[in-house]
Ligand binder design. Structure first.
Ligand code: CEZ
Length: 786
């Protein structure tokens, strides 16, 4: 068997050791469960702020989800110890904590479940984790089958981490009425008001068993004894001691003694999660059988693309990309105050899968715009939500995303009504149409420019940690200036395509003014930020242009180059040298780095980004969100081969999967960069599946590669196949219709298009009818090889 196998239903890993961090995730709107192949788990739920019910062994910091998560021996997990009662041999599943080599191992991510299929000493174990739809609880099932020819006497012990819950109060016990281990705690607080606020918290963790266990233990220290996790005293003893805890760390461990004749099977189900109290546990367990359902249930209608052969990129696009986008849309990255640019871009992705949901989100965001036109740092999703972490730092770019994301939504849906929808403001009673909100956003951006006509960066733009370029109020961002120009372009397209001609008249003055401003922005960037072969990243408070040849570190940044293509700031001659510079300085086997060389020391004129480890995150990793901007931009200028290659590198290939260390079931936010500085680490996945990348990948695939992009009249047809793909076939769902397409590159001079066997004069399907299926065939002239 290969190390990683990919089938229509799953992505599987066949070894627990070669890719120890390989992981998968399950989600529903209220929770996220990440499971790594060896049994470690990260689980979070919303109440409504993110919270945990399975903790580390000591007090943990509360923070946002981090890349390159570190696993350690006592890391929370869901494990099953197994003891052969005849030989006394003990091993643990799926791999941790004992780390014994098992006869066969398979870890699979499926749409609705994560499972392991393990065979050891002629006993097979199938372990499945699922989320119960719309409930905050993990559902675990095991099937044990004796595959040998002799009787097997086994003891099976699920050992689920509860961990350190609270420095004020924690205790755990077995509750016979519930048939569950119940670990209660009190979330620590000091202010009286918090006592009342905390009334609704689910401070109890429970492990409920469907079948009756023979013994139990809820005391972590007693569980380990002197043997530690690799051979816990409690497992060595013949029976768990049925003991709870008082103000000690809890665990959920149950014992089942199994006497299995050949072919005999044992099965059980456990529920594990948070609850308010015993009554809640009773209810959850009583309901689980009737409610168990798929997580991330396909409530979206997705476009699928298929390619003959089992290419990983296409497999990802068909099976996992919509799921990853939906996860962002449904969980809001497990925050109650998503960063504005993330919220808008995540919902740009949702425009394809669940347009109503996307619309609602856009309106929510727009209603929080300031009357000045400024979009806030963070969108509050409920009345009690507060701006936290990075949202307390002023960033300058949020207003630029409105027109960009709305244009995509309009192209997909033609929902022109949204432009007339009236929304309020965060700080004013005034109500205006969405169209006016869009104008205000651009006006705000235009106002925030310096005497050169470049946009102030404040304490960051798209790049969060670029916080000291402009904190004194002078520094400017070339990227934001270009993004502002591109945003204007999107606005103008919105007006041209989606505003009725009568109303266009009232916008005309603004369209003209904005168009001139766009030219001025592009001009200013060319004048002040062109460095001979590429664009600099900005000019800081002290007047230093950075991201240039003069810099030893951070000489070239990717984003200004990509967005100069999008905003059409770059002339053909400049474009040539710019693309060369990107290819020669930023390209690695794992994708395009965000900047290079990575910073190795703090630069107080740039900020926190230069303090991040070199090659990590914004400091010069292959930051997929930045890469996909580049891919999208390459499609706009006709560089289809390069664009496709950038997209393909977002997933591990068979050749480099050991270096990347992850499965091809999601695109991570980055792979380590600093390719020339720290080659030993380059290519390693961050394993973080929260990323603005995926919405853009979807756009790249559907609108660009497949070339099926909506507009006011219908669907434009302009496939952008790379030379490496002689054919492409697939299905696209669009405004309720189904388009079955089939493209080929052959020896002809001009593109020919057939719709339901009729040749089309224009590359467009007009007046598409919902419910209908269309057959689209396109013959494309094969381009000579380069
Ligand atoms: O966070 C992302 C942000 O969610 O970084 C992107 C930005 O555009 C996204 O909105 C680029 O900066 O250092 C920080 O403060 C950053 O905020 C990071 O945490 C970064 C992480 O990769 C988390 O996703």
């Amino acid at each position: 068997t290969p190390l990683v196998s990919v089938s229509a239903d799953d992505v599987s890993l066949h070894c627990a050791k070669k890719m120890p961090h390989a992981n998968g995730y399950l989600y529903n709107k209220d929770m996220l469960l990440q499971l790594n192949c060896r049994g470690f788990a990260i689980s979070q739920f919303m109440q409504p702020e993110p919270a945990k019910y399975s903790h580390g062994p000591s007090l943990e910091a509360k923070t946002f989800i981090q890349p390159e998560h570190h696993y350690y021996a006592h890391h929370p997990g869901r494990f099953f110890y197994v003891k052969d009662l005849d030989t006394q041999e003990v091993f643990s599943l799926p791999h941790e904590p004992m780390r014994k080599t098992l006869d066969s191992f398979k870890f699979s991510q499926r749409n609705n479940e994560i499972c392991w299929h393990i065979i050891h000493q002629e006993v097979s174990f199938e372990i499945t984790a699922q989320l119960v739809n719309d409930a905050v609880v993990e559902c675990w099932q095991i099937h044990v089958v004796n595959q040998s020819k002799v009787n097997k006497n086994l003891a099976l012990y699920p050992y689920f981490t509860i961990g350190y819950q609270s420095w004020m109060n924690q205790q755990a016990d077995f509750c016979p009425q519930l048939n569950a281990i119940v670990a209660k705690s009190i979330t620590p607080y000091q202010k009286v008001e918090q006592y009342y606020e905390h009334q609704s918290l689910q401070d109890t963790t429970f492990l409920w068993s469907q079948g009756k266990a023979d013994a139990w233990l809820a005391n972590q220290q007693l569980f380990e004894g002197e043997g530690g996790l690799t051979l816990p005293d409690a497992i060595v003893q013949s029976e768990l001691p049925n003991q709870g805890t008082q103000y000690q760390v809890a665990c959920g461990c149950l014992q089942y003694n199994l006497a299995l004749a050949p072919n005999e099977r044992f099965q059980n189900t456990w529920l594990f999660g948070p609850a308010k109290d015993e009554n809640a546990i009773k209810e959850i367990s009583a309901n689980f059988l009737s409610t168990i359902d798929s997580n991330g249930k396909e409530e979206f209608s997705s476009t699928s693309v298929s390619l003959s052969g089992d290419d990983r990129l296409f497999h990802y696009i068909n099976h996992w990309l919509p799921r990853q986008i939906n996860m962002h849309g449904v969980t809001n990255r497990l925050t109650t105050d998503p960063q504005t640019r993330n919220y808008l871009q995540d919902n740009m992705g949702m425009s394809f899968l669940a347009p109503l949901r996307a619309k609602q989100a856009f309106l929510t965001a727009i209603s929080q715009q300031h009357i000045t036109g400024e979009m806030p740092d963070g969108i509050l999703l409920n009345p009690d939500a507060e701006l936290k972490y990075i949202n307390q730092v002023p960033h300058s770019d949020h207003s630029a995303w409105l027109a960009i994301c709305l244009l995509c939504y309009l192209d997909e849906t033609n929902d022109v009504d949204i432009l007339h929808h009236r929304c309020g403001y965060l700080d004013s009673e005034q109500q205006d149409s969405v169209l006016t909100h869009l104008e205000k956003a651009i006006d705000y951006l235009l106002l925030q420019r310096d005497e050169r006509g470049l946009c102030y960066i404040s304490q960051g733009d798209w790049c969060d940690p670029m916080n000291m370029v402009g904190h004194l109020g002078k520094g400017v961002s070339s990227w934001l200036s270009l993004a502002c120009a591109y945003s204007i372009d999107c606005f103008v397209t919105i007006v041209k395509n989606y505003v009725s001609s009568t109303q266009q008249n009232s916008c005309q003055a603004n369209v003209l003014r904005f168009t001139q401003a766009k030219e001025a922005l592009n001009h200013a960037v060319n004048q002040h930020c062109w460095d001979g072969d590429w664009y600099a990243r900005g000019i800081n408070d002290h007047g230093r242009v950075f991201g240039t040849k003069a810099d030893e570190e951070g000489r070239i940044y990717l984003n200004p180059q990509s967005w100069a293509l999008l905003s059409q700031a770059v002339s053909p001659a400049k474009q040539y040298s710019m693309l060369n510079a990107v290819q020669s300085q930023l390209l690695t086997p794992y994708g395009v780095m965000m900047l290079s060389p990575s910073y190795t020391a703090m630069d107080e004129g740039i900020g926190r980004i230069t303090q991040k480890s070199p090659g990590v995150a914004e400091n010069g990793s292959v930051y997929n969100h930045a890469s996909v901007f580049y891919a999208y931009a390459l499609y706009q200028i006709g560089e289809y081969d390069m664009a496709f290659s950038v997209l393909s590198k977002m997933l591990p290939s068979e050749a480099d999967q050991l270096i990347r260390g992850q499965l091809p079931s999601f695109i991570p936010n980055y792979y380590r960069g600093a390719y020339h500085q720290f080659p030993d680490y380059a290519g390693k996945s961050s394993h973080l599946f929260n990323t603005g990348t995926v919405a853009w990948v979807y756009r790249c695939v559907v609108e660009e590669l497949c070339g099926l992009k909506g507009n006011k009249e219908g669907l434009l047809i302009q496939p952008k196949l790379p030379r490496s793909l002689p054919t492409l076939t697939g299905t696209r769902n669009f405004r309720g219709a189904t388009i079955e397409f089939s493209y080929q590159q052959i020896e002809i001079d001009e593109t020919k298009i057939w719709l339901n066997e009729q040749q089309l004069k224009h590359p467009r399907i007009d007046s598409i009818e919902a419910g209908k299926t269309y057959q689209l065939r396109v013959d494309l002239p094969r381009r000579p090889s380069e």
